[in-house]
Design a protein around this ligand. Sequence first.
Ligand code: NDP
Length: 452
Amino acid sequence: MTFDYDLFVIGGGSGGVRAGRLAAEGGARVALAEEFRMGGTCVIRGCVPKKLMVFASSYGPAARQARDYGWDYEGGTFRWERFRPMLHAELARLEGIYQRNLARAGADIFHARATLEDAHTVALSSGETFTAKHILVATGGAPFVPETTEGHELAITSNEVFDLETFPERILIVGGGYIASEFACIFNGLGTHTAQWYRGAQILRGFDDEVRGHLAELIRERGVDLHVGLEVERMERRDGRIWVKGSDGREDVFDQVLFATGRKPNTAGLGLEEAGVKLGRWGEIVVDEYSQTSVPSIYAVGDVTDRINLTPVAIREAVAFHETVFRGNPTKPDHENVPSAVFTQPEYGAVGLSEEEAREREPIDVYVAAFRPMQRSFIGRPDRVLFKLVVSQKTQKVLGCHIVADGAGEMIQLAAVAVKMGATKADFDATVAVHPTMAEEIVLMKTPVRSG
Ligand code: NDP
């Protein structure tokens, strides 16, 4: 049987573009369809614009600290109308790079919505239909907003936050995950009065319990009005603002309410189930270790499979897919010891197991250094950084490393190399400290604070 293409990719985000580019560079006939903008969530509505806003939000507090350090600083105001066009120009530039790299590799790009007709056929919203030997679904995810909340349609999500016409003076962030916690810190740093309401007992469920508590304290200390055990019961538009009633009876008024209550795989209306592709309960595409779906010619990578929803993981899955399908080298993407950072202020970087996860598996030693770093203690700030190692008693391997500090995202990348290599506590101890730094504590912790 002959096909129009060797590979048809649905979705122009990090995973889809990488797989398409590698296959095209290897000589395969490749097409890719994207209905929105090339670059996907990470470039257009996620990691990249978020990080640029993190940078923007860090200058206000830094300038105030400069005054404490002897600078003549009189304060200032963040100008969204000045920053927003710069932000969008940068996103357009990156989008162009994605598009050009893929086209240069020889892939055909269709700016259209694609749906599956069968195991080898893709139909485009432009009316064209193509066949392909392999189809890769890399359609990502989209914000989920609980429709049970009365007035939920008044809220924005992370999709809209980068396009706001006017900058809010007061914002409510709903949720306690990565996105909620990051945006709470961003808006707080930019000078907005920021409240964060989370339904559970502590933000960042799934991470190390001790670190979650420590970080929540610091987020509050830096100015976010963070409440746990609190949900939105009802929202109404009143005098151009949003009136919100909380589950504890409180009432407040905000200019914007941002729901960051999770993301859902983008699988609706793609013809997946009709083509025989099995979906999970959350709508995710079920794949095996090689990212193959229940239909042998159809593969899926990235957030649409709801494994570990991080850009670099989607890219690794795409590379493994390419090795497996186009280079005859069956390769499983490695989902062990994936480091990540929550870009709160301060940041939280983590790799490996939390104390709770590790203790379920084996006896452990826990090392913690929590202290006021020199840069902050000099100006009388009370906040403490935290460095934590979770170590196997039996093998002495470092099973988990957790850092809460400014720059923890950068630090954890390097610590992750050691953890991934299977470094022991003795390997950390044998490394000479870089003095004076905060991170030197990671090689100086002598006595476990808890064992067992
Ligand atoms: P998360 O799954 O991290 O958090 C979702 C939050 O919403 C949780 O606090 C959850 O509460 C809450 N929630 C869920 N449903 C409801 C509801 N019905 N009512 C009230 N609250 C609710 O999702 P995010 O959207 O923050 O991020 C999605 C993913 O994107 C992350 O898991 C991560 O993989 C990725 N990401 C990574 C970033 C990074 O690497 N820096 C940055 C941003 C996103 P509960 O805990 O009680 O379930």
